[in-house]
Design a protein around this ligand. Structure first.
Ligand SMILES: NC(=O)c1ccc[n+]([C@@H]2O[C@H](COP(=O)([O-])OP(=O)(O)OC[C@H]3O[C@@H](n4cnc5c(N)ncnc54)[C@H](OP(=O)(O)O)[C@@H]3O)[C@@H](O)[C@H]2O)c1
Length: 430
């Protein structure tokens, strides 16, 4: 008799609906590829009564999804509800405790509880798979765990959020203001109705925490991470960056320096002819620097039902084929308590923009404050008069410690000649 594994899908929203229909349609193809039949025995969501564009047999419907982990002949639970806590958390913990394999696309859950969940999975000899949680359709997790297994990873970085990249690209290419670019992203279905975590950097932070743990064999670190979003970027910054030969991108970076790990998420000016500068719209791109292979680049759709289902199916097939794998590459016992370094000591050059009252002596006061804090000017780009009373000073600095920039900003903010909160955006040589 053909081998079969019984699957429960919980969550039939954007992702769950596409995944359910894909799996139904491609059951035979996946059987041919894995030699195991992927058999949906139940589906569950919040309400059966909700109108869906496809039919679900009543006998498939599981009213209370939390019963799934207790059902004896269930092998795999696919969690597509979302949220770090609440029902998704209960379901995944219970599933692994009851020796069910789990597939999830839930980055918030994995970033918060991934270590605990992975430990339970290992103890109970089941798989805990989360490829779809990082960069939608891009197979970055499987690449780190399998394709790049021979390599020592030094740095992993890229554009990990399609919504914020779409907003920044539209501000640049279509000359839209920030709010208009965001509304357009929402209208086109790229941004969530509440796009806060896309815009404030939290979504990228969850992904970077997961990638850090995978790339550097460490436990997930939720504390030492710099997270800055894009809501303070305006059209003037985009234009200034263009005049300087740069593009502004929201980047996520995890890197090791002197055996310490730095995790950071922030907007950055990147050279206009760099690979990262050319990733526009909703695309995501991840670059892995490792030894001996060198640089590996993965680019593709970072969200949406189709790309996310591609990753979910990859996880599912990994389970159907057999073999239990460590969720974070190494056994829990062998993962490291790594040292995470605060970004304060890291050196950057930066773009500095000051909108000031147009009065004599301001520029020398600004450069004095900078010099006292070991920040020096490389280029003073422009000093155009916005109107008769006010002016905008734009500078590119030499490299200085992150903490020095913080000090300069806090001193400048207090000055009476400052008319808008001054801005520093890091310049990233990638
Ligand atoms: N959207 C993307 O492009 C994308 C990309 C990568 C990863 N993800 C991740 O995929 C997951 C799902 O995202 P989504 O966009 O599909 O979300 P969604 O459209 O909001 O769907 C959520 C689903 O969860 C169900 N649900 C909510 N509360 C429930 C409860 N108490 N019990 C059972 N089911 C419940 C909902 O039921 P009803 O249908 O009855 O309301 C709905 O079917 C999230 O973790 C998200 O971060 C999404």
């Amino acid at each position: 008799m053909n081998k079969k594994m019984n699957i429960v899908i919980v969550g039939l929203g954007n992702i769950g609906s596409y995944f359910y229909n894909y799996l139904k349609k491609n059951r035979n193809t996946l059987f041919n590829k894995t030699n195991t039949i992927p058999n949906i025995i139940y589906v569950s969501a919040k309400s059966l009564g909700k109108k869906r564009t496809y039919k679900i047999r009543k006998s498939l419907w599981l009213k209370n999804c939390l019963l799934a982990p207790k059902i004896k002949n269930v092998d795999i639970i696919v969690e597509l509800i979302g949220g770090a806590d609440g029902i998704a958390k209960k379901l995944v913990f219970e599933a692994l405790k009851n020796k069910k394999h789990v597939v999830t696309a839930n980055k918030a859950l994995v970033a918060k509880y991934g270590d605990q969940l992975s430990k339970i999975a290992e103890k109970n000899n089941v798989n805990f798979e989360f490829e779809a949680a990082v960069c939608g359709g891009i197979p970055i997790i499987r690449s780190i765990k399998e394709g790049l297994i021979a390599n020592n990873i030094k740095k992993i970085y890229g554009i990990l959020n399609g919504t914020s990249n779409y907003v920044l690209s539209s501000m640049d290419k279509d000359k839209l203001e920030y709010n208009d670019a965001l509304s357009k992203a929402q209208k086109l279905g790229y941004a969530e109705s509440n796009p806060a975590s896309d815009i404030n950097g939290d979504d990228v932070a969850s992904k970077i925490k997961i990638l850090t743990a995978l790339a550097f064999n460490s436990y997930i670190n939720n504390k030492s991470i710099l997270v800055e979003g894009i809501k303070n970027i305006d059209r003037t910054d985009i234009d200034n960056a263009n005049n300087l030969g740069y593009k502004i991108k929201l980047i996520g970076v995890a890197e090791t320096t002197k055996k310490k790990i730095i995790q950071r998420v922030h907007p950055a000016l990147v050279k206009e002819n760099s690979y990262i500068a050319k990733i526009n719209g909703v695309l995501n791109a991840v670059i892995v620097e490792s030894n001996p292979v060198g640089n590996t680049v993965l680019q593709g759709e970072g969200a949406g039902p189709g790309p996310t289902t591609s990753s979910l199916i990859s996880d599912l097939c990994s389970i159907l084929r057999g073999n239990v794998k460590f969720p974070f590459v190494l056994s829990d016992k062998k993962r490291k308590k790594a040292i995470f370094e605060n970004i304060n000591n890291k050196k950057f050059s930066a773009y500095l923009r000051l909108d000031v009252k147009d009065k004599h002596g301001i520029l020398s006061d600004v450069t004095n404050i900078m010099a006292k804090n070991k920040v020096s000017v490389k280029r003073l780009i422009q000093n155009p008069t916005i109107n008769k009373k006010n002016a905008s000073i734009v500078m590119v600095t030499h490299e200085a410690k992150s903490s020095s920039f913080t000090k300069v900003l806090s001193l400048l903010k207090k000055k009476k000649y400052i008319i808008k909160i001054p801005k520093i955006i890091r310049i990233e040589n990638i």
